[in-house]
Ligand binder design. Structure first.
Ligand code: GLU
Length: 507
């Protein structure tokens, strides 16, 4: 069997949506599982939708997700160029070949004429308002015009497109790796434009020609392309390449949380969660945050995405990229759309933070601390802190809230809640505590705790209330890990300083 080759073929039109990353991920997993090649092809033939910077952004997202392609514009292999706009001169000969074999034709109708047809069909109450077998013979194209007229129009380069001549009353069959045998009628499909007036191919022509020339063996793409599949299957046949046609898999949609339709960028804005992998700086709409900036680990992000539409048949939910590569199978991808659940996405991240090593977390948390101007002078201390607080962090950004007080003394202490039950006895307790703490030889959490509790017992005070006040003095609020652990990491002098400072503001 020939080498497995799959492709992710995004159009560089903006931010990379969850669904796009999942398509890339499934391609990657399948390729790696079969020791195949994963190709990135940039489908930029629609110049009106092209957005500057989107290609590099896509590559950055794949890099962040650790699913970099083996071939692509950034890393060309033998099958380049990998941008369709740079392959423009390849497509025309294929379009001409189809005209010659009678499967396509030149259409010289102006956009106004095509619009008029639409209006007319609409006025007649027709269901299919499109250029197809029912009306192609009333239009201006090479099926109708005398041969000489077509030739002279082509000679003067009269603006024209090439359209596929969709057959009537035929059924197209193919096997989808997720949906099984598919039979679709050709009748509902219009005579799609294959080559545009500017010489650029449309998606339909380019995808078939490129999948062929790039020796693609499996084509995984979003379910929204299923209605176009008959056009593509016919093109493979008309070119005489049937035996090389890739195996298709049309991936289910990622749905809105309520299951009502496809998850869109606007849903994210409306419901307050990201839909892009990484921050996208849209030249028109401005900056849109992504999962990365919100504090997702890439391991968690792709794990969550893989499970949106696939499982390995067991209850297991946490998978590393390596494990997914081993266990992934297209026939376990669901046929129906998967509802996106942001709370569940955060659950994945929390699980990943808990299971990750301090060394792994350090890479990301360090960057986040730097962005917040939190100085990390002592690496060992930083590592201890990560270990201490990681179970409390759902997002990587939570490390700031949970950990910054270790490095910067709290600016504001919630004195009001200490004062509620404050009295002279408690004040005396902390004054004495400072004295005892300064005499301690060891600053292990157990030692700190022992000193604290002994003094509380001697003063006949309840340790619970005192510990609450102690926490507020060290942290500024009612959160964080065990207070003696905190104190131990903060160090002897810093603990004493914070108690002293708090006592002075309680006077
Ligand atoms: N350019 C298409 C898209 O962005 C690719 C579809 C395909 O993979 O065939 O959806």
């Amino acid at each position: 069997m020939s080498k497995i080759r799959v492709r992710f073929a995004p159009s560089p039109t903006g931010g990379l949506h969850l669904g796009g990353v999942r398509t890339a991920l499934y391609n990657y997993l399948f390729a790696k599982q079969h020791n195949g090649d994963f190709i990135l092809r940039i489908e930029d033939t629609d110049q009106t939708r092209y957005v500057e910077g989107a290609e590099q952004y896509i590559i950055n997202c794949l890099k962040w997700c650790h699913i970099l392609p083996d071939e692509g514009p950034h890393h060309p292999g033998e099958y380049g160029p990998y941008r369709q706009s740079e392959r423009k001169n390849i497509y025309k000969e294929y379009a001409d070949q189809l005209v010659k074999s009678g499967h396509a034709y030149y259409a010289f109708d102006t956009p106004e004429e095509v619009e008029k047809l639409r209006e007319k069909l609409k006025a007649q109450g027709k269901f299919n308002v499109q250029y197809d077998y029912q009306n192609r013979l009333n239009m201006r194209n090479s099926l109708v015009l005398p041969k000489e007229e077509t030739e002279s129009l082509l000679k003067i380069n009269f603006p024209h497109v090439v359209r596929i001549k969709m057959p009537r009353n035929e059924y197209v069959h193919f096997k989808d790796m997720i949906r099984g045998d598919i039979e679709m009628p050709t009748d509902g499909v219009d005579d799609k434009v294959l080559l545009k007036a500017d010489g650029m191919p449309t998606y339909h022509l380019a995808v078939v020609v490129d999948d062929y020339l790039m020796k693609i063996t499996h084509a995984f793409r979003g379910e929204e392309w299923l209605p176009s599949a008959p056009v593509h299957v016919l093109l493979w046949k008309y070119f005489g390449w049937e035996k090389d046609m890739p195996q298709y898999a049309h991936l289910p949609l990622i749905l809105k949380p309520d299951g009502n339709g496809k998850l869109s960028k606007r849903d994210g804005e409306r419901l307050g969660f990201p839909v892009f992998a990484m921050e996208w700086n849209d030249p028109k709409a401005g900056v849109v945050k992504g999962f990365k900036e919100l504090g997702f680990m890439h391991e968690a992000f792709i794990n969550m995405l893989a499970l949106l539409g696939w499982n390995d048949g067991t209850e297991q939910e946490i998978f590393s990229l390596e494990e997914m590569t081993e266990k992934f199978s297209m026939d376990r991808v669901h046929e129906h759309g998967a509802k996106f659940d942001f709370e569940k996405a955060k659950w994945f991240n929390h699980e990943w933070i808990k299971k990750s090593s301090v060394a792994r977390l350090k890479e990301d948390v360090k960057k986040i601390f730097e962005q917040h101007n939190i100085p990390i002078e002592d690496e060992k201390k930083f590592e201890k802190i990560i270990e201490l607080i990681k179970d409390r962090c759902t997002l990587l950004n939570d490390f700031v809230e949970q950990g910054s007080f270790f490095f910067i003394a709290p600016q504001k202490i919630d004195t009001a809640s200490i004062l509620q039950k404050w009295n002279e006895n408690k004040n005396q307790f902390f004054v004495e505590l400072i004295r005892l703490f300064s005499l301690l030889q060891s600053w292990e959490p157990g030692e700190v705790e022992h000193t604290f509790k002994e003094l509380a017992a001697a003063a006949k005070l309840k340790p619970g209330e005192l510990m609450g006040a102690f926490r507020l003095m060290l942290v500024g609020g009612k959160f964080g890990p065990g207070v003696f652990e905190i104190s131990s990491v903060l160090g002897q002098q810093e603990t004493i300083n914070r108690i002293t400072h708090a006592l002075s503001s309680l006077q």
